[in-house]
Design a binder for this molecule. Structure first.
Ligand SMILES: *Cc1c(COP(=O)(O)O)cnc(C)c1O
Length: 476
């Protein structure tokens, strides 16, 4: 045995040489050593396995339930993407490795930048940002630096009141002032109201197309002209790109800067807050302001260029969330141009199918047609103090993840539904029946049932106010 061990250890590389327990024990300082027994329970392997498997089943996941979460695009995430993202050749790379030894990784980032330019009609992309909000922040920093470079003092950004909350937050974070713009009932922009707020200090206007009520901005060409005639830039919040991919391009509509939420439009499951990726795209006159390093191709080799004097600097360590970038790359290459166009067509078809089934029964403030999502306002039907929140909680009892509620803020008792392209008619029909049953029958006949919901979940109704004000963050 001794001979064998000696032989084996002589084969080991120094970094992997095995130390015996006694040696390790001697190296640990006394004050760090455990004084009491570890006290682990004796658990049979089967019991342990069942414990963790049962816990994992308490999660809502796209692999088990329908996620009609408006504004979030919880679509099908091909398992092949996950498999590719787990390949050792990608995972074992160290970001400080010499660039010559990670040409493949750089090629993927470089290629995806090019593909995104083509898809949205921009000239350059940076894939560093970790989320949509992070992309907004980076895009606004680019805008700030641009105006500084041409020596214009512009301090304000226009944002419609139907925008996602991250828009005003990013504006403030980037050091600008918010100029709110009241949108019409369907979330669209009134040219007259826009003219009133387009003052010389306006650096840019942020716009979500289609907007958060699922309506395409019909005046986009006029808006673009008005904004540019004022010397301001136009920013595209690309979270809803899933509705228009392959059909229209923000770059062609007149947008100068934009972000894409890779985790919404190009797969990657992002429930629970991450990981995400918020690439920003710009027109050529803004390219030199993008974050460093820029990946450049020189004589068939990819290099990292940090020497960009006008750059806003670094937004995130290394290459951003590479696994999300990789999954988006696989998704884009696998579907191709035609496939991506079909994604949008099917997403819009699915949403309109659902909307058509609801519109005669439940109020839809934005009208009877939509893009990839729509918003119900059941206020007129709900009585007995029943609210949208109760409808959402009751949906959990039926095994559904609840849709987005109380957003956008401009709709009373909003329920925002986005089916995505990857759900079957059967799934949509079942969900429509359940929503109708809850709002049109249960809410009226047995309101207490909704007030008590959910009752079938591991935890029942939480006191959300108290949970936010006095969170108990300790176990036991
Ligand atoms: C999701 C979303 C954002 C923010 O994106 P995150 O990746 O969550 O930071 C911004 N705008 C709209 C319209 C969104 O739906």
């Amino acid at each position: 045995m001794e001979k064998l061990l000696n032989e084996l250890s002589s084969q080991c590389k120094p970094a992997y040489s095995v130390k015996c327990d006694v040696e390790i024990n001697a190296e640990i300082p006394e004050n760090l050593k455990r004084k009491s027994n570890l006290g682990l329970p004796n658990v049979a392997e089967n019991d342990l396995l069942r414990h963790f498997t049962n816990l994992s089943r308490r999660n809502y996941a796209l692999s088990t339930v329908f996620y009609p979460l408006g504004s979030c695009t919880m679509k099908y995430n091909p398992l092949i993407n996950e498999r590719i993202a787990k390949i050792d050749a990608f995972n074992d790379i160290h970001p400080y490795q010499p660039v010559e030894s990670m040409q493949g990784v750089l090629e993927i980032v470089y290629e995806l930048e090019k593909d995104l330019c083509e898809i949205v009609g921009m000239d350059s992309f940076s894939l560093q940002q970790a989320a949509g909000a992070h992309g907004e922040f980076a895009g606004l920093l680019v805008i700030a630096k641009y105006f500084k470079s041409i020596k214009q003092k512009r301090t304000k950004i226009i944002v419609p009141d139907s925008a996602h909350g991250t828009n005003p937050a990013s504006i403030t974070f980037a050091g600008f002032e918010i100029v709110p713009l009241k949108s019409e009932a369907d979330g669209s922009i009134s040219l007259e109201k826009l003219k009133e707020v387009l003052i010389p200090e306006v650096a840019a206007m942020m716009l979500t197309v289609p907007n958060t009520l699922g309506v395409f901005e019909k005046n986009i060409t006029e808006i673009s002209k008005l904004v540019h005639d004022n010397g301001s830039l136009l920013y595209y919040d690309g979270a809803n790109l899933n509705a228009v991919m392959g059909i229209v391009r923000p770059g062609d509509m007149g947008f100068d800067v934009m972000h894409i939420n890779l985790h919404k439009t190009f797969s990657t499951p992002h429930g629970g807050g991450g990981p995400g990726s918020g690439p920003i795209g710009v027109k050529s006159f803004l390219g030199s302001f993008l974050p460093v390093p820029r990946i450049e191709k020189r004589k068939n080799k990819y290099v990292l260029n940090y020497r960009k004097s006008k750059s806003i600097g670094k937004m995130k360590a290394f290459f951003g969330n590479f696994s999300v970038i990789l999954k988006a790359y696989v998704y884009v290459k696998a579907l191709g141009g035609k496939g991506l166009k079909n994604v949008s067509k099917q997403a819009v078809l699915n949403a309109n199918y659902m909307l058509a089934k609801f519109k005669d029964k439940i109020n839809v403030p934005a009208g009877s047609r939509c893009m990839h999502e729509f918003v119900l306002s059941p206020k007129a039907i709900l009585e007995n103090d029943v609210r949208t929140l109760d409808v959402a909680k009751r949906l959990l009892d039926y095994g559904y993840y609840a849709p987005t509620v109380y957003f956008p803020l401009i709709v009373d008792e909003a329920i925002m539904i986005e089916p995505t392209e990857t759900e079957s008619k059967d799934t949509l029909d079942k969900f429509i029946d359940v929503v109708n049953k809850i709002i049109l029958e249960e809410a009226i006949e047995d309101p207490q049932k909704l007030k008590n919901a959910p009752v079938n979940t591991p935890v029942t109704r939480l006191n959300e106010v108290e949970a936010a004000r006095k969170p108990i963050l300790k176990w036991q």
